[in-house]
Design a protein around this ligand. Structure first.
Ligand SMILES: C[S@@+](CC[C@H](N)C(=O)[O-])C[C@H]1O[C@@H](n2cnc3c(N)ncnc32)[C@H](O)[C@@H]1O
Length: 397
């Protein structure tokens, strides 16, 4: 692990997801016909940076990824435009941000940098102007849960084509004292809606119910087709946050789950490293992690196996209750939105169910050598076999 992230494993995970997702998105969009991408960072910082060159901040990670992608495409003869818009409210942080990012403003090469000193919600008009008709990825990374009230930033979230990546801090809401504080609960109205407590799903644990309501409110406010959450655990004090992703695009959904998978793999590893280091510091003492009630997460591959088992049951149940078949494109989208799985897992789940005779194998017919379904292949239950005797007799009359 890079030393600047020691003790900040959750920031590392957040930066990893931002970097890898932005990289994939940029190449997909700009190779797929888009000429311009705008990256908007609503809460830029710097904040808790430990490097002289700000390489451990979201704004510098984004600039590096975007400049690098643009240069690679230019080398292939493809000239693309990139715009970045950074917002920071605190004067000192804004001065540092401005000095660092404006060095990269390079209109001659189609790389534009804009900054705004003030609140994110007050930057909406300027952001909308800069984004124009381009694709916009908006990164929202506040220190709490205010400053991005959905009605104030709706125009940014609803911009098409566009997507949102959001760092959702929800731990606080789980604390009993805050839960009972009228003023504090009201401060969540901007993201959870009025009377949000009465709209929580009472069948879920409180934090899950809040998370589900938040995803639903974000989906409505941004008019997103898909909303996904990646929960990230903080090692030291059991605080948590989630990276929440909103998109209207199925390919975005598939890409995000791929990035999330590699992030979880790396995150597990980093948690382990931190654990080792702390164990060493506490030589001769009892396991401080066990004392703190912290369990190391199982490896991501083990987690995926569990999700696949759940997804099998879920798919069979969907097919039974809906009483019809669906194209694989609809199945994988619904499955990976429901479970932390990738499109490849959805293919394997269908292939396994077909092997066991529980769903019909429609992809290996007419000489096809496909081992897993493609988007247009139909996923449906195997028709019940006819028992010789009874039904035949009826049909024969
Ligand atoms: C969590 S930090 C951002 C960290 C940064 N995204 C990163 O990963 O390196 C949040 C930043 O937003 C700033 N901020 C707080 N409220 C704001 C608001 N309403 N509008 C814009 N910036 C705000 C804070 O000063 C702080 O620098």
């Amino acid at each position: 692990m890079k030393p600047e992230y020691a003790g900040r494993e959750q920031t590392l995970a957040k930066h990893f997801i931002l970097e890898k997702y932005l990289q994939s998105l940029t190449f997909k969009l700009l190779l797929g016909g888009y000429s311009t991408l705008t990256y908007v960072d609503g809460f830029s910082g710097p904040w808790e940076s430990r490097t002289d060159d700000y390489s451990d901040t979201s704004f510098m990670i984004a600039i590096r990824v975007l400049k690098d992608a643009q240069a690679q495409l230019r080398a292939q003869g493809k000239n693309k435009t990139i715009r970045c818009f950074f917002v920071e409210e605190k004067a000192k942080a804004y001065a540092q941000l401005h000095a660092a990012v404006m060095q990269h403003h390079d209109p001659a090469r189609g790389f534009y940098v804009y900054t705004f000193h003030g609140k994110f919600e007050d930057a909406v008009d300027e952001i909308v102007k800069v984004v124009g008709t381009s694709f916009a990825l908006t990164f929202i990374d506040p220190t709490g849960w205010t400053g991005y009230e959905f009605d104030k930033i709706a125009r940014i979230m609803q911009h098409q084509p566009g997507e949102v990546l959001l760092n959702y801090m929800f731990d606080f809401i789980n604390r009993f004292t805050a839960w009972d504080d009228v003023k504090i609960t009201a401060s969540f109205d901007g993201i959870l809606g009025k009377d949000w407590r009465s709209r929580l799903d009472s069948t879920l644990a409180r934090h899950e119910a809040v998370q589900a309501l938040f995803a639903e409110e974000l989906r409505k406010a941004g008019k997103f087709g898909h909303v996904l959450s990646t929960p990230i655990a903080k090692l030291s004090d059991r605080q948590h946050f989630s990276i929440v992703y909103g998109t209207r695009n199925a390919e975005g959904l598939a890409t995000y789950r791929e990035v999330e998978f590699s992030a979880m793999k790396a995150h597990g590893m980093h948690r382990h490293e931190a654990k080792q280091a702390m164990r060493e510091a506490a030589t001769g003492q009892a396991d401080i992690f066990a004392m703190a009630g912290l369990q190391p997460p199982p490896p991501i591959e083990t987690q995926v196996k569990g999700y696949r088992r759940e997804a099998r049951v879920w798919l069979l149940d969907q097919l039974r209750t809906q009483g019809r078949a669906f194209p694989f494109s609809a199945v994988w989208q619904a499955m990976i939105e429901t479970f932390m799985l990738r499109r490849t897992d959805a293919r394997q789940v269908c292939a396994e169910l077909a092997k066991e005779g529980l769903i019909a194998n429609t992809w290996r017919v007419n000489g096809s050598r496909k081992s897993t379904p493609g988007d247009d292949d139909i996923i449906g239950l195997t028709p019940p076999s006819i028992t010789p005797g009874s039904d035949t007799a009826t049909v024969a009359g």
